[in-house]
Design a protein around this ligand. Structure first.
Ligand code: BGC
Length: 494
């Protein structure tokens, strides 16, 4: 008897909750100044707002070119920082010896040991990957760098006898630090700001090499940082080592950025000695690009407003791996609220920021099963939404497609901007130059719909003739190896 009463109460309670939820849904719809009644309408609206026709992409590429000029003209002349890297020579394959690299730029960092054998290339490489505890990403500089230096210590303590350096000779390290840094020399630079979820305020304005060196001293690591490089610059160096036509590097991972080889004469803000090579690598920090031509939606605006760095990294927030899954969550959340995409109540998990990661979005986007089983499983496992209909699952895939397509096409427009700025989009001495673009980052490597769309869009933008001269190559591990190569180029023993 007691049991029946409980069940009955639960049923009545459940009905009351549903009625209340339905009421809330209706109220929300009425509050909306521009109510969109069907889920199809919201998707259609998203598609329209995310549209990237070729004409728009060309405007974006032109805007990128204009900003590149402005950023090179003066410090602070543009949202594009166009940072001088002090890398005026890329590896030549004359490099010899054992060098180290530390690659820090996301939730993991890597420590590498590379043995270079001149023209024979890389004889041996070895690395260790360590994840960074989330509290260290928002703690103090000392805590972060001590943690890294301790791992570095473990790495070298366990190395075999053949890598022991002769006494009196210090180990040398290329430090890939993938955040915007104002470099003062090849081996020093101050952090301009954090991106990608890091926020250690005491570190901004400080020299990152000095902080790492102090931590290495505290941990008893005898190593000298001989090159400080962005991951794009490392990728460019690593790419060039393998292929002489590499002139641009693009990272599409958690964050996004590009670096390229610029003529020193085209850098008015450079007042240092004219490099012998006549060239200088520029770290664009293109993640911070902004233009009125960018197809921004309400989802981008709210993501930005609620981020750790509002108003900054707008391009990155539209195209990179840290944010695509979160944009998807925001669209789904609106649809759950306004058109009850997942039933009468809004699934509570859907309210959690960044709960949908881009790898999960990619898995749903690539689901080829007739019933979209992967989509169903992901919705269940991550958002605790069970029993979705096939049409709901199709809607989810459609949204993944809209967001990934926009991101990939915008990235292609960015690349076109670089080709235009460097004159690599037109004939030189009657010939089209060959340009190889070294690509790295998990988004590019693993999200094949995104990668294919980027490549097709770039071909579409440059046209058939030029497309034959522009090649994208995956430069896996490029940034770490590139940093070790640059450490070799700038060794104190040369
Ligand atoms: C950083 C860049 C970096 C890129 C890719 C961005 O958030 O600002 O310095 O190159 O992520 O890792």
């Amino acid at each position: 008897m007691g049991k029946k009463v409980t069940v009955g109460a639960a049923v009545i309670g459940g009905a009351a909750v549903c009625a209340a939820a339905a009421f809330i849904v209706r109220c929300r719809m009425q509050q909306n100044s521009n109510p969109v009644s069907k889920s199809g309408d919201i998707v259609k609206e998203l598609e329209e707002h995310c549209a990237t026709p070729v004409s728009k992409l060309k405007q974006i590429a032109d805007a990128m070119t204009v900003e590149m000029h402005a950023g090179l003209a003066s410090e602070g002349g543009s949202k594009l920082k166009m940072l001088i890297t002090y890398v005026d020579n890329l590896p030549t394959r004359d490099e010899q010896g054992v060098y180290y690299a530390l690659d820090l730029g996301g939730t993991n960092f890597r420590v590498l040991r590379v043995q270079l054998a001149g023209k024979s290339g890389i004889e041996y490489k070895e690395f260790a990957e360590v994840s960074i505890p989330p509290q260290l990403m928002v703690g103090t500089p000392e805590a972060l760098f001590d943690y890294i230096a301790a791992e570095l210590n473990k790495f070298i303590s366990s190395e075999s006898e053949k890598f022991r350096h002769p006494s009196g000779r210090q180990r040398e390290l290329g430090f890939t630090f993938s955040f915007p840094v104002l470099q003062l020399s090849i081996d020093s630079g101050t952090l301009i700001r954090w991106t990608k979820g890091f926020s250690i305020q005491d570190m901004v304005g400080r020299d990152v090499v000095a902080e790492l060196t102090k931590a290495m001293d505290r941990q008893g690591v005898d190593m000298r940082v001989s090159a400080l490089v962005n991951d794009t610059v490392g990728t460019l160096a690593g790419g060039k080592y393998d292929n002489k036509d590499v002139a641009v590097a693009v990272i599409l991972g958690t964050g996004s950025n590009a670096a390229y080889v610029e003529r020193a004469q085209a850098i008015p803000k450079w007042h240092g000695p004219h490099p012998k090579s006549g060239e200088m690598v520029i770290n664009m920090e293109w993640g911070n690009f902004k233009s009125s031509h960018l197809p921004l939606t309400e989802y981008d605006n709210s993501l930005d407003a609620e981020s750790l760095n509002p108003g900054e990294q707008i391009f990155e927030k539209m195209i990179s791996g840290m944010y695509l899954g979160e944009l998807l969550r925001r669209v789904l959340y609106r649809m759950a609220n306004e058109v009850a995409l997942f039933g009468d109540t809004v699934p509570p998990k859907l309210k959690t920021h960044f709960i949908l990661r881009t790898p999960e979005m990619s898995a749903m986007h690539h689901d080829t099963s007739p019933d979209l089983n992967v989509v169903g499983e992901k919705l269940k496992d991550i958002l605790e939404i069970s029993n979705t209909s096939l049409s709901t699952r199709k809607t989810v895939v459609e949204i993944c497609n809209i967001l990934a397509t926009r991101g990939a096409r915008l990235a292609a427009a960015g690349i076109l901007g670089i080709l235009k700025k460097t004159g690599r989009d037109s004939f030189r001495d009657g010939e089209l130059p060959n340009t190889v673009i070294a690509m790295d980052g998990g988004l590019y490597e693993h999200y094949s719909e995104y990668r294919n769309c980027l490549e097709n869009t770039l071909n579409e933008l440059v046209g058939e003739k030029l497309a034959k001269h522009v090649k994208l190559i995956l430069s896996n591990d490029g940034s770490g190896i590139g940093a070790a190569l640059l450490a070799a180029c700038h060794s104190q023993y040369i």
